[in-house]
Design a binder for this molecule. Sequence first.
Ligand SMILES: [Fe+2]
Ligand SMILES: [Fe+2]
Length: 180
Amino acid sequence: MDNIRYASSIRAELRASHAGETGAVWIYRGILLVNRIKRDSDIDTFAQHHLATEKDHLVQFENLIHRFRGSALLVIWIFAGFMMGALSMMLGKNWVYYTIYQVESFVDVHYRQQINTLSKLEFLDKTDIIKMMEACNADEQAHRDEALKEMKNEPHFMMRIWGKLVATGSHYAVVLAKLL
Ligand SMILES: [Fe+2]
Ligand SMILES: [Fe+2]
């Protein structure tokens, strides 16, 4: 294994995505834990499938961890992801689909910005890393579209407030994870 550490701007981008993929894994774990009581088979299939994809994304970032430092706030991203998943499942399946739709919409924009930023820089394995991010983002877009398709009715007022909270929270999580 090489012991190259990337320049700080690249480390910050990788740290934010690693934190995001960690949070994503825990969103689905939160959903699935609450679903052990609720036993909704649609949610089970949906969340198991997404969880497997997010674990795969996380492993890909873990494989690069010697080139950046994982977020010092990782435990917070785990907790926040878990709570987001668990809470939405407690409220109902439409909340779950709407939460995932909001999170993945945010992630799509974020990955695209990140790919754009990284394209302008030079670093080791740049092509592979950008390809990896593009592949991850294709999955996130599929997750987003799947969640939207599963929504049975329009989000009501409280759900839209929650959606704003999720989007704002994700924004600040990225800002923080880049720094810490
Ligand atoms: Fe992901
Ligand atoms: Fe995803």
